[in-house]
Every structure is written in structure tokens, then in C-alpha cells.
Design a protein around this ligand. Structure first.
Ligand SMILES: [Zn+2]
Length: 359
């Protein structure tokens, strides 16, 4: 024992520490990314930056949309998915004002992202880099919803599950106006809606139809629509999605949705979902730093109030004295070339079961 103690040199101690750290790191690498990101209650304090792709990535510098605004209310607050890139949050607030001016009473805001993005424990495959947001197709009611109502209130399905056509009694011209307004912003690259909703727009929109190009048919999205904005400046490792094809999309690609093919049960229903397999090693390497970065002192400290201040500064303010510098580098030069080499996840692949409302 004495020998052992004497031979326990600082060098060996250092080597032991390195081995232990490496072992811990590889154990962590095996953990599912959804568990690690799903456990984060607060964002990573850093300049806003998205890493990776909409369905395989994470983001830093996230801000929360306030639970209530003049023209919006956040739904399902217990999920803590009201976080996004500041440009995304600012855009939702702008949409809420513009839509109110158009005659839509206000937005019911669904899921945006987890505080640091990443794969989710339940629900969406995308929404991982702070650039996706779901907005309900139900207008905000006159009375403020209680927390309980926001958790429990069920959404209205606008599409018949058998015919895949919109329910005529529920569809209003205001729905089209809201979607047109959302599509009008240059930051918005696509809006995902149920094929029945896309068809309704194709059949009824008169005059300017250029905006229909951004409206993309997809499974689900029958009680909410999904706004996706493009990669933002300051995010060199954000992987762009493919551009939408030319034209209004009211063609064969839409007709396909009204065949049996997209609605057949999956050939391999037991195939695990991507989030069941994604470890930290599946995500861009910067996501480790995002996970480890310091948090602000509270959610309120990182809540967007649209007052024109630098959001990164607002998010960092309360934590800056205590927290070390975030380990996230934002310059492209400091990052490995392979960081953005992840293959895009195709938007349309094997038909998935329709997500249940509330997911
Ligand atoms: Zn969505």
C-alpha cells in the first residue's frame, strides 16, 4: 500500500484524470441526445446561432416568447417549447400584430423549440435549431386562457381524416389571409400545412398566387400550421434546406397527396424513430458546447421583449458575472469543415403515421 501511494505520482494522477474524463465523455456520447436536450430548462447563453439541420441540430442564444402578448397566447406551457432564435420569436410577434390588423384576433402559439433545441422527447422530428414554429389554426379566444385551459384546450381539426379535404363548415377566408400574411415575410421559407389546406388554397386563392409556393403540403398540420424560417446570419453551420420548386405547387405534386400512397401504413411500423437513435455523436459537434454552455439566471432573463436591445446581451446580462465565457465559437474559421456536412433529412420520405393532435 505504501509503495502504491509513493508511486502515485502527479503524472499518473493526471493520466488517470484524462482516462476518467475520456470514459465519462464516451459514456455521455452514448446517451440519447433527446434526453440531454429534453432536460435543459434554460437556453445556452451565447450569440444566437443555429447548428446543423432542422431535424438534426441545436442552437445557442435562444430567447423565449412571453406567455402572453397583445395578440398571442402560448399554448401547452408545461412543455417549455416557447424558445427560438430571436429572429423567429420576433417574427411570431410581428405576425401576431399584422394578423390582428388583418382581422385575425390573435395567435395561439404552439411548439417552437426546446431551450437549446435538439431532438425532443416527444413529437416533432424538426424544430431542433430554433427556426420552426407551430401556430394553431384556431383564433385566440376573447377571454385570456388560464394555464389549465392552455394545457387542456383541444384544437379544432380543420381537415376530414378520410377525404383529406378541409371541413367546409370550419374553413374561413381568415385562415387564408393568415397563411398569406405568414408567407409574406422574406425570412419565411416554407409553411407546412395539411394537403387538404393546400388544396383549399389552390382552389380558392385569386389574384396574387406567388405566395402559394411557400405553402407546402405535409402530413398532420390539420389543426396548426408550421412556419419555417431560413438559416440566419451569424449561423455559418446552419444547414440550409433545399429551395422550394418553382410554381404554386397546385399540380401533380399536390395530386399525389390525394392518392392512397401517402396514407398507406408504414411498411416497417416498428422501425425506431430518428430520435430513438440520435446520440450526441449524431449531432453537429458544437451541440456538445451548446449543452454545456452556461444558462441565464431565469427564463424571464432570456425572454424576448422586442425592445430593440441586442438579444444576446439581454440573455447574457444576468449570468455574465458568474458564468464563464461560453465555449461556443461563432466564427466559421474556428470550426471544422466537417461540421456542416450532415446530410439533409428529406421532407418527404416514407409516410409516417399522422401525429396526434397535441403532439
Ligand atoms: Zn411543427
Amino acid at each position: 500500500m505504501k509503495m502504491l501511494q509513493r508511486s502515485w505520482t502527479p503524472l499518473m494522477a493526471a493520466a488517470f484524470a484524462v482516462v476518467t474524463a475520456l470514459a465519462a465523455q464516451s459514456a455521455r456520447a452514448e446517451e440519447l441526445a433527446k434526453d440531454l436536450f429534453g432536460a435543459k430548462k434554460l437556453p445556452a447563453v451565447a450569440a444566437p446561432q443555429s447548428f446543423g439541420f432542422y431535424s438534426k441540430g441545436c442552437f445557442a442564444g435562444g430567447v423565449a416568447i412571453p406567455m402572453d402578448g397583445p395578440h398571442w397566447e402560448v399554448m401547452r406551457p408545461s412543455r417549455n417549447r416557447r424558445w427560438g432564435h430571436p429572429v423567429m420569436i420576433g417574427l411570431i410577434e410581428k405576425l401576431s400584430r399584422d394578423a390582428a390588423a388583418d382581422g385575425w384576433p390573435g395567435l395561439l402559439v404552439g411548439d417552437i423549440s426546446q431551450p437549446r433545441g435538439g431532438p425532443m422527447l416527444t413529437g416533432h422530428a424538426s424544430h431542433q435549431i430554433g427556426l420552426d414554429a407551430d401556430i394553431w389554426l384556431t383564433p385566440m379566444p376573447d377571454n385570456r386562457l388560464s394555464t389549465n385551459q392552455r394545457e387542456k384546450m383541444s384544437a379544432t381539426l380543420l381537415v376530414d381524416e378520410k377525404t383529406h379535404l378541409v371541413k367546409e363548415a370550419l374553413w374561413k377566408p381568415q385562415h387564408a389571409l393568415l397563411l398569406k400574411r405568414a408567407a409574406s415575410y422574406p425570412e419565411v421559407e416554407r409553411i407546412l400545412v395539411n394537403p387538404g389546406i393546400k388544396k383549399k388554397l389552390c382552389d380558392t386563392v385569386k389574384g396574387d398566387r406567388a405566395w402559394l409556393r411557400k405553402i407546402r403540403p405535409f402530413w398532420g398540420h390539420d389543426y396548426h400550421f408550421h412556419i419555417r424560417i431560413g438559416c440566419q446570419p451569424g449561423s455559418p453551420d446552419c444547414k440550409r434546406q433545399e429551395a422550394t420548386v418553382r410554381g404554386d405547387g397546385c399540380d401533380q405534386s399536390l395530386a399525389w397527396w390525394f392518392t392512397d400512397e401517402p396514407w398507406r401504413p408504414a411498411k416497417n411500423p416498428d422501425k425506431p424513430k430518428a430520435r430513438e437513435l440520435m446520440t450526441m455523436a449524431s449531432l453537429p459537434r458544437e451541440c456538445r458546447a451548446v449543452l454545456d454552455a452556461p444558462a441565464p439566471s431565469s427564463a424571464e432573463a432570456a425572454t424576448y421583449h422586442g425592445d430593440g436591445r441586442s438579444i444576446a446581451a439581454a440573455a447574457a446580462e444576468p449570468a455574465v458575472a458568474a458564468a464563464p465565457e461560453p465555449a461556443i465559437t461563432s466564427g466559421a474559421g474556428a470550426l471544422p469543415a466537417s461540421a456542416s456536412a450532415f446530410a439533409a433529412t428529406p421532407e418527404i420520405g416514407i409516410p409516417l403515421p399522422r401525429p396526434r393532435p397535441g403532439n
